[in-house]
Write a protein that binds this ligand. Structure first.
Ligand code: HEM
Length: 413
């Protein structure tokens, strides 16, 4: 059970007595949160939980979409995730509201466009293949611990142009940070977050003195960015580097684990996608909907809001449960089923909506597609070899997926 700290406590002391509609700290399996959210969407779409000093959860698609799009009423600058994990400073763009948020997005957007991340296609394929080799040789491994968690950090290191030493440090600290968040260990979250800040600070200092092309280097781009003629403030710039050091790593790590879990449970689909890799882009969108890895980001209201008969007061945290919205039967019929070519799949909210819509979607899609293509091309079968360990809030999906793999006879390593 996580400790409550002073900074977690909602500022108002006259909070009304409410009874909890659900308990996010209850023991979960890989599938159980989805069953709970299905019930809540029907009977209590704006649900209150007492956990972490209390928060609201919006469960239905339309409510989540509206809240994410309305950044005047629903802001991120007070709290952007439940449970709160940001103890160590403001980190744009996620922790800022427009218009303050805009210059940071403007600096990051071009470096994460489809064209810009295309340069990473060959490196990603090589990294995925290198990481798979030992699993194929052993015939077994853990998809998250041995493959996806390393892959996402190494891809990220390529995008950030990190030295091999920094990439290794990021790998160790990033994994530690994630484990600390998952075990709700506030002290370790703070400690590892400060270590990530150290990397961000040093990178920023180095990029000031070295010549890096701002059209392909994220830190150089942030240093070159101007807002109303002035450079971005030093601490906010470092906060942005610190933010991207983690936000782009956790989600794809978990999602690859969840997708492999699904493919192990559905061997026919596994064979079909192995035989028809051209279906991957469409399959991926459906997997993003089904296994949305960020359970939900948070907002607070600037004014009292009444929704489905519940009154949400300013400063009360609200989780926009993207994972539930994406299984809302009112929008996606048979929501728990994998269906290739859903006509409205483009409407899914796995990457959020509105001003905070994920800036890394092109990189995420590229690395997910290549990782899974490699995984299927190099194997003739993948099976579960043990229990899938689920993640906790604020993520949802697989933390550990033990598998047995058979190498495809014709595949090169
Ligand atoms: C499967 C992969 C990914 C998923 C599902 C995902 C999901 C999301 C979501 C839902 C948000 C919205 C947050 C909100 O509503 O408050 C977000 C924001 C963000 N994502 Fe991603 N993300 C992924 C990969 C990445 C990658 C690879 C990067 C690389 C840099 C990245 C960088 C960011 C950043 C910087 C933000 C904050 C944007 C802002 O506040 O303007 N993400 N992501």
């Amino acid at each position: 059970m996580p400790r409550m700290t002073g900074s977690d406590r909602p500022p108002s002391t006259d909070a009304p007595e409410r009874s909890a509609d659900f308990d996010p700290l209850a023991c979960e399996t890989f599938d159980s949160p989805h069953a709970l959210y299905a019930q809540l969407r029907q009977r209590c779409p704006v649900a209150w939980s007492d956990a972490w000093n209390g928060f609201w959860a919006l469960l239905r698609y339309e409510d989540v979409r509206r809240a994410a799009s309305d950044s005047k009423t629903y802001i991120t600058s007070l709290q952007n995730v439940v449970p709160k994990v940001a103890f160590t400073g403001r980190r744009p763009p996620l922790h800022l509201d427009p218009p303050e948020h805009t210059p940071y997005r403007r600096a990051l957007n071009p470096l994460l466009s489809e064209g810009a991340v295309g340069r990473l296609e060959q490196p990603i394929r090589r990294i995925a293949s290198e990481l798979l080799a030992p699993l194929l040789a052993r015939g077994e491994g853990d998809i998250c611990a041995d493959f996806s968690s390393h892959l996402t950090i190494r891809v990220f290191a390529e995008w950030m142009n990190l030295s091999p030493e920094d990439a290794q440090r990021l790998s160790a600290i990033g994994r530690n940070y994630n484990l600390a968040v998952q075990s709700a260990d506030d002290e370790r979250v703070k400690d590892t977050s400060l270590q990530l800040y150290e990397i961000a600070r040093r990178l920023t200092t180095e990029r000031r003195t070295q010549q890096h092309d701002p059209s392909i280097d994220p830190v150089a781009a942030l240093l070159a960015a101007r807002h109303e003629g002035a450079p971005l403030p030093e601490e906010m710039l470092i906060g942005t580097v610190r933010q991207v050091l983690v936000v782009g790593i956790i989600a794809p790590t978990i999602l690859i684990g969840s997708i492999v879990t699904h493919l192990c449970r559905d061997q026919a689909l596994q064979s079909e996608l192995r035989a028809h890799p051209q279906q991957w882009p469409d399959a991926l969108e459906e997997f993003l909907r089904l296994y949305t890895p960020y359970r939900g980001f948070a907002r607070t209201c600037t004014q009292e809001v009444t929704l489905h008969g519940r009154t949400i007061r300013p400063r009360e945290p609200i989780a926009l449960v993207y994972a539930s919205a994406n299984r809302d039967e009112a929008v996606f019929p048979d929501p728990d089923q994998f269906k290739l070519h859903r006509p409205n799949i483009g409407e899914h909210l796995a990457f959020g909506r509105g001003p905070h819509h994920c800036v890394g979607t092109a990189l995420a899609r590229l690395e997910l597609r290549l990782a899974l293509e490699q995984l299927l091309a190099k194997t003739s079968s993948i099976e579960l070899a043990g229990r899938v360990t689920p993640t906790r809030m604020p993520e949802i999906g697989a933390l550990s997926v033990p598998v047995r793999l058979s190498r495809c006879p014709g595949a090169s390593t």
